[in-house]
Design a protein around this ligand. Structure first.
Ligand code: GCV
Length: 717
């Protein structure tokens, strides 16, 4: 072989090995090198015995085999019977033998239907390790959790874990269109290859299901909430059925978005009025048709009378009429309707932040049992920071599910490194005070505050057909973290970051410590360089890429950034206090008071709730103008610090991912400066003040920033 051919082959092989790492997400199963852990694991993991032979259990057994072989370089023996000690036994409660069932009886009382047990037990004086649950999918969750322990190098001695998900519906919302474009998608095209379905089953569908099962996600809405009725035609339902068949053994149910006008568009009816008997019948028949194909179909997600989507109001009806009509159609089959509360109207001159609450709160208690109202985490739209949505806690008789956005529509697309579990945790831990102190959003979402029967968390997916699934290697952590928090909304973001880093990259403390810190600070960095001190929605129009605080020419007032920051000679910020739109009154009195009063309003939310003068004194003694400018600078500095951290990690990880992240951080740094300079130059026109010491001078003019256009920014339909 010539030298150049050798070099070429070497590069090719190492490239594909690296690319596979990107693809393998947090399921790397890296070989452990720490000799103590290796010897502990090897002695306790000699063989696997699995009780039961369902598709799911086969997947679970295979996963264990693959994981253990890869992590320990030791192939576990697959046994049929329990003999000797140190067997790893898996199986669901009723497929276990009677000795095991008896030994674990009290443990089963500690878990719900989807929960699992991982326990070291002595059976006839012999030590065994058991992974079990009430059904096979729960066992699969247990297996993945066990492999997580191994991947994070935890001791397997004397394990006694009983863990159950705290929410029922843990679901991804794909905003995927039938032409495979993805609304607000920054990781390529949709995974769903509708053209080749149902006959061609892409390996990606299986890998997608496996990755989701590994973090406990149990549902997926395949299609965009800006829906296309065609998905409900037999031609497409056949394809949906094929996907449902792939996902089923992984415990993942398929859901679809229902276009409210479908009875007209594909059903040849004259109306989609939810009170029209023909319409009601059409949906009932449609549900029957779907459930015939997909008996475990999850139900519908609906965006109605929102941003131009059709809905019951087109017929003089309301959200309750619409949701309940659909609920009746799927109820006989156990389906649910996830009805979105993301509404604001061009005909409503009220503060946009108040509109969803104003419209939905009075409906409390009026929805059917199988309706759950899906509420975005904040009252505007997935901003880098928003106070929690006032609807949380305010509808005691209605189950509410959380909608987070995993795809980074307003947080730098798949270019910026932002660890979102920090944001998710901040929202979930917020106290609504609706039933006194401690009424956190997490308690609303997991149903414990009001004893709701159905509970759920949705995440707008950041997944596409990019080789690494999410565009940015670190955006994988947001998919992972979403799943973990959907399982347990009380988990700490730092724990999630730790698990993810160890499972995705390395267990080396020299890598983990600084990189974890970098992840934990990344969310505050993006807030600082985009929208500090409570600013929001000042992104450029339509695509939301880059700054556009100057935009004021859009037909709907609330689509213009100037609507949100209200900068003028007197100051900046949206007065939502009593002296303004009184949006604060939508919160419980304790929270209302806190936000309403300038003295007590947290500074991170200051300009969300108050219009304050440029000379207003911040808690650190700075004037608002200086403080704002310094925050922008701090954001830029934080990205520079992230780069410093990352640049030292090269020796711990593969070169491909190292270089990918390095390049992305370089772009993030450039764009953070762009945000800082564009926003400060624009706001400076109103403040009329010099930049304070410590803030770098812009190298371009405001006109230059205004002239930048991005007609092909991704994800914009
Ligand atoms: C799917 C925002 C986004 C839209 C999205 C909408 C929604 O307005 O920019 O792309 O539409 O939210 O959540 O329905």
């Amino acid at each position: 072989m010539t030298l150049s051919r050798f070099v070429f082959l070497f590069v090719l092989i190492s490239f594909s090995a690296s690319a596979q790492k990107d693809y393998k997400l947090w399921l790397q199963y890296n070989k452990i090198t720490n000799p103590e852990i290796v010897s502990e694991y090897k002695s306790s993991l000699k063989s696997i015995i699995s009780f039961g032979n369902s598709e799911t259990l086969k997947i679970a057994t295979k996963e264990l085999e693959t994981g253990i072989l890869s992590i320990l370089d030791q192939k576990p023996e697959i046994k049929k019977e329990i003999e000797g000690e140190n067997n790893l036994i898996i199986g669901s409660q009723f497929s276990l033998n009677s000795d095991l069932q008896k030994a674990l009886q009290s443990d089963f009382e500690k878990i719900n239907n989807e929960g699992f047990i991982i326990k070291s037990i002595a059976l006839k004086n012999k030590k065994q390790l058991i992974i079990t649950g009430k059904n096979d999918v729960a066992v699969l969750y247990g297996v993945f959790s066990f492999l997580r322990l191994m991947q994070t190098n935890k001791s397997l001695k004397d394990l006694n874990i009983a863990d159950s998900p705290k929410t029922n519906i843990r679901i991804l919302n794909h905003w995927d269109n039938l032409d495979r474009t993805v609304e607000r998608g920054y990781a390529g095209f949709s995974l769903w290859n509708w053209q080749k379905l149902p006959d061609f089953i892409d390996q990606r569908y299986i890998d997608y299901a496996r990755a989701n099962a590994s973090i406990g996600i149990n549902g997926t809405v395949l299609t965009n909430v800006n829906a296309n009725a065609l998905i409900l035609t037999p031609q497409y339902l056949e394809k949906v059925e094929a996907l449902a068949n792939v996902f089923r053994p992984y415990g993942i149910k398929v859901y679809l978005t229902a276009r409210f006008s479908a009875p007209i568009e594909i059903g040849n009816l004259k109306t989609a009025d939810p009170k029209d008997p023909e319409v009601m019948n059409w949906w009932k028949n449609k549900a029957t048709e779907i459930y015939k194909r997909i008996p475990d179909f999850g139900g519908f997600l609906v965006k109605a009378n929102s941003e131009g989507q059709p809905g019951p109001q087109n017929y003089g009806r309301d959200h309750v009429d619409g949701a309940n009509m659909l609920a009746d159609a799927v109820a006989p089959f156990g389906g649910v309707i996830m009805w979105r509360a993301f509404v604001y109207s061009e005909h409503d001159a009220n503060d946009r932040a108040k509109q969803a609450y104003a419209e939905f709160q009075p409906y409390d208690g009026k929805f059917k049992e199988n309706v759950i109202v899906q509420v975005k985490n904040g009252a505007i739209d997935f901003q880098p920071r928003e106070p929690f949505h006032p609807l949380f806690g305010a509808m005691p008789k209605t189950p509410l599910m959380m909608e987070f956005q995993i795809t980074q529509e307003y947080l730098g697309f798949s270019t910026h490194l932002v660890f979102l579990p920090k944001l998710f945790q901040e929202v979930l831990a917020s106290d609504t005070y609706q039933k006194g102190k401690g009424s956190t959003v997490a308690k609303v979402v997991d149903g414990s505050l009001y004893n709701n029967k159905i509970t759920g968390i949705a995440g707008v997916a950041n997944i596409g057909n990019d080789l690494n699934w999410t565009g940015h290697p670190f955006a994988q952590a947001n998919w992972y973290g979403f799943g973990r928090l959907a399982w347990n909304p009380y988990l700490d973001a730092e724990v999630i970051a730790d698990e993810w880093l160890r499972s995705t990259f390395s267990n080396d403390e020299n890598f983990i410590k600084p990189v974890k810190k970098m992840m934990m600070e990344s969310r505050e960095a993006v807030v600082n360089y985009m929208t500090p001190l409570g600013l929001h929605h000042i992104m450029d129009t339509g695509h939301h890429y880059g700054p556009g605080p100057w935009v004021s020419n859009l037909s709907r007032p609330e689509w213009n950034p100037v609507y949100y920051h209200k900068a003028d000679k007197n100051g900046i910020g949206f007065d939502r206090s009593k002296t303004g739109t009184n949006a604060t009154a939508q919160y419980a009195p304790e929270v209302e008071k806190l936000f309403d009063n300038l003295e007590t309003c947290p500074e991170k939310d200051l300009l969300w709730f108050h219009h304050v003068s440029w000379d207003y004194k911040l808690k650190n003694g700075q004037t608002l103008w200086n403080g704002l400018a310094l925050k922008y600078q701090e954001g830029v500095n934080q990205v520079a610090a992230m780069q410093d951290v990352w640049n030292k990690t090269g020796k711990y990880i593969d070169s491909e991912r190292f270089h990918e992240v390095q390049m992305l951080l370089e772009i993030q740094y450039k764009e953070a400066k762009w945000w800082r300079d564009a926003c400060l130059l624009y706001f400076q026109q109103y403040s009329g003040k010099e930049l304070p010491l410590g803030v770098e001078k812009p190298t371009q003019t405001l006109d230059y920033f205004k002239s930048l256009k991005f007609p092909f920014a991704p994800g914009n339909g």
